[in-house]
Design a protein around this ligand. Structure first.
Ligand SMILES: NC(=O)c1ccc[n+]([C@@H]2O[C@H](COP(=O)([O-])OP(=O)(O)OC[C@H]3O[C@@H](n4cnc5c(N)ncnc54)[C@H](O)[C@@H]3O)[C@@H](O)[C@H]2O)c1
Length: 320
């Protein structure tokens, strides 16, 4: 069975990848538990507590066929204030360390998480051929990954290094992210506890909400793809956009509740993304990707699987 290392494997997306693929591949999750939770992983998934910035921790994994690098400082607010230096150090150092380790280990491919945040308020739909100008430090680190991957692949073409610009991902196992979790999770945790969800502005801003199972689908297809792809990047989304107000309505409906959200003046004064909607033509054409989870069904599932005992603080809390 082929072996895959998933860095950040106890986190939200990583744990979903490992749990879904544990029978198809021999997967090992490595995570320093900065935000992840080993409880996110099914009991039969191998877990190593270790730092992706450290070769000696990666060496504990042994030989692998593929690496999926999801570890890093995983959202823009984490770079604010005291998080600034460590945010950069963690993201960049883990990326280059895992890259070197993967190549020296003989891995056939390394996949890594980039982000849709790179696009900022670019014209819609967001497409990989657009010029991007990162609008925050988080996006700068991801753009750096993409540039680094291209340079590295020129020197070492034997290993593909593929980046994935995830849109707004939601799904199970996000509790450990607390205030950094997706809006769907945060509003679900609010309404589930009879708390008022707080919406920035009029709620007409929209996102391409993508179920984590479809993100896993995209990554799995990339692992199985036989032709060389070099250092390419792909959007992963659904190609549909949904307004924040519609998400709150759908959650209320799924819970059978009627909790009215509170609208406040948007505290994010600069570079707030008004709308996000991916063009997924490239990943469909090259990898055969097809989104499978309708938002309505993903939300129902989210409500059904609510783990009240695991919920941490939500970002709404400070504004209630
Ligand atoms: N969730 C989204 O909507 C989204 C969108 C675009 C991109 N991404 C990217 O996808 C990746 C995974 O995101 P996620 O939502 O699962 O976030 P997450 O925070 O749940 O997962 C990241 C995991 O990496 C671990 N980690 C951090 N630094 C580490 C280190 N040095 N060594 C080992 N482990 C480390 C954390 O403990 C955490 O478990 C991130 O790189 C994120 O930036 C996520």
């Amino acid at each position: 069975m082929e072996r895959i290392l998933v860095t950040g494997g106890a986190g939200f997306i990583g744990s979903n990848f490992c749990n879904i693929n544990k029978k198809k591949f021999d997967v090992t999750a490595l995570d320093n538990l900065f935000l992840g939770d080993p409880d996110n992983l099914d009991k039969d998934v191998k877990f190593i507590k270790g730092d992706a910035c450290k070769m000696e921790d990666l060496n504990r994994v042994g030989k692998v066929d593929y690496v999926i690098h999801l570890a890093g400082t995983s959202s823009a607010p984490m770079f604010m204030g005291e998080g600034f230096i460590q945010g950069y150090v963690n993201s960049i150092q883990s990326f280059v360390t895992v890259l070197e380790w993967a190549r020296k280990n003989g891995a056939k491919k390394m996949l890594y998480a980039s982000t849709s945040s790179l696009y900022g308020n670019n014209p819609l739909p967001l497409v990989e051929t657009q010029e991007v100008t990162p609008i925050n430090h988080y996006a700068v680190t991801k753009r750096t990954y993409e540039y680094c991957a291209k340079c590295y692949n020129k020197v070492y073409p034997e290993m593909d290094i593929l980046g994935f610009r995830f849109m707004s991902v939601y799904g199970p196992n996000e509790e450990a992210k607390g205030i950094y979790a997706n809006l769907i999770s945060q509003f679900c945790w609010d309404i589930g506890r009879d708390l008022v969800p707080v919406i920035y502005g009029d709620g007409n801003q929209f996102r391409d909400f993508t179920n984590v199972r479809d993100v896993v689908q995209g990554l799995t297809l990339a692992i199985g793809h036989k032709e060389k792809l070099g250092a390419d990047v792909f959007n992963i989304g659904t190609g549909h956009a949904t307004k924040i107000n519609e998400v709150v309505d759908a959650l209320n409906k799924a819970f059978g509740k009627h909790i009215k959200p509170k609208h406040i003046e948007n505290p994010v004064k600069e570079n707030y993304v008004i709308g996000q909607h991916a063009d997924i033509g490239k990943i469909q054409k090259v990898l055969g990707y097809k989104p499978t989870v309708k938002l309505k069904d993903g939300i129902l599932e989210q409500v059904k699987n609510l783990r009240l005992n695991k919920i941490r603080q939500t970002s709404s809390q400070q504004f209630r």
